[in-house]
Write a protein that binds this ligand. Structure first.
Ligand SMILES: [Fe+2]
Ligand SMILES: [Fe+2]
Length: 381
């Protein structure tokens, strides 16, 4: 069995020095090239609907397209500081969820907390935007590499969805917020690993199951929290697409994984664990601490210790609430004597295993369901 050292470059998941040792050395690059190492696959078997679940998803996607320019209320005035302050109030006030005594934050005044909230939002939405471009590239790769015609068809609709997502996050950052951040190095490393892998199913596992599973949970959390109507609607629209994307991953891999040997499954389990750790690391938002002029080492240490040795930060944990049940549905938790179950236990996220998986959730999150909800709400009002 591979050790943590071999998989993620450190034995202890919470090894502070190892996390900080990875840093972004090329912040000013505008082009980032990575070899995708895969064969482009043609299929001459054009029989549509051989995989009925994927065919249904494709038909659903065709009629669920929206236009990022015209379907969102871009004329909304956004006062970012006011929104940040309101969101902080809604969650109990600045700094109330974490004990800051003895840290650089202890002496922050209201103004500095506000600036921190603004930077955190700029950072978070920048990472979402970069992640969306990762999805765009990965899904274009799936169009090339997956051998099934129904999956090629579906993936092509996802390419369009992801272009729209990059577009709306970029527009929101440019016109409503106050600055971009470059891609976080842990996120970039993960996207590089996913794109570099030659095996077509690994693109799905890394992107549709892990990155998009996390994004769906994070968008849902932010959608619930934010009081800003444009961002709320933007996130809800993106979520309606993301739920289909995660379903695409679950439905495709379920069939493929049923045929894999234990040794092949172990490679997938290890890849899922590695991806989970990288995503956890990226949410430590080290670039924000740098910009705030506080010691990054102190702050990351504080975050890692927050909630005890299992990092029981409720937001951090909730990020895994879609990933874990989907991994379970795919057999990734239990194969090889529960290897991934043990790892997710060590990360403090295994408690989500029986939450709803995302194979079918896309109907509940669709824009039709949203319209019905809103019509129902209007009747009541
Ligand atoms: Fe997306
Ligand atoms: Fe997506």
């Amino acid at each position: 069995m591979a050790t943590n050292e071999e998989l993620i470059g450190r034995e202890d998941i919470n090894d502070l020095e190892a996390i900080l040792a990875v840093s972004n050395t090329d912040r000013d690059e505008t082009i980032h090239a990575i070899a995708d190492n895969a064969e482009a696959i043609f299929t001459w078997d054009y029989e549509k609907g051989q995989r009925p679940a994927l065919n249904r998803l494709y038909e659903k996607a065709k009629v669920s397209m929206w236009n990022g320019e015209t379907d969102l209320p871009w004329d909304t005035d956004v006062d970012q500081e006011k929104v940040v302050a309101e969101n902080a109030m809604a969650s109990g006030g600045f700094g109330d969820d974490i004990d800051v005594s003895g840290t650089p934050m202890e002496h922050w005044d209201e103004r500095t907390w506000l600036q921190f909230g603004v930077e955190s939002q700029n950072w978070m939405l920048s990472q979402f935007m970069h992640g969306e471009q990762g999805a765009l590239v990965c899904t274009a790769k799936i169009v090339e590499t997956v051998p099934w015609i129904d999956a090629k068809y579906y993936a092509s609709t996802q390419v369009m969805d992801e272009a729209r997502h990059v577009e709306v996050f970029a527009k929101y950052l440019d016109t409503k917020l106050s600055g971009h951040y470059p891609i976080n190095v842990h996120l970039r490393t993960l996207l590089d690993d996913i794109v570099e892998d030659s095996r077509w199913d690994m693109t799905y596992l890394g992107m549709q199951i892990m990155v998009e599973g996390l994004a769906l949970a994070a968008f849902g959390f932010m959608h619930q929290m934010t009081t800003e109507p444009l961002l709320k609607q933007l996130l809800r629209y993106v979520m309606s697409d993301e739920a289909r994307h995660v379903a695409f991953g679950v439905l495709s891999l379920k069939e493929y994984y049923a045929e894999l040997s234990d040794a092949e499954m172990l490679e997938r389990q290890q890849f899922a664990f590695e991806a989970a750790v990288r995503m956890r690391d990226r949410f430590l938002q080290q670039e924000v601490w740098e910009r705030m002029g506080v010691d990054v080492r102190t702050m990351i240490k504080l975050q890692l210790e927050h909630g005890g040795d299992k990092n029981e930060d409720p937001f951090q944990q909730l990020l895994f609430s879609k990933i874990v049940p989907n991994c379970k549905k795919l057999g990734l938790l239990d194969r090889n004597a529960g290897w991934l179950r043990t790892k997710f236990g060590e990360m403090g996220v295994i408690q989500f295993e029986d939450w709803v998986d995302t194979g079918e959730e896309y109907d509940a999150l669709s824009l039709d369901a949203l319209a019905a909800e809103q019509a129902g709400g209007a009747e009541v009002a």
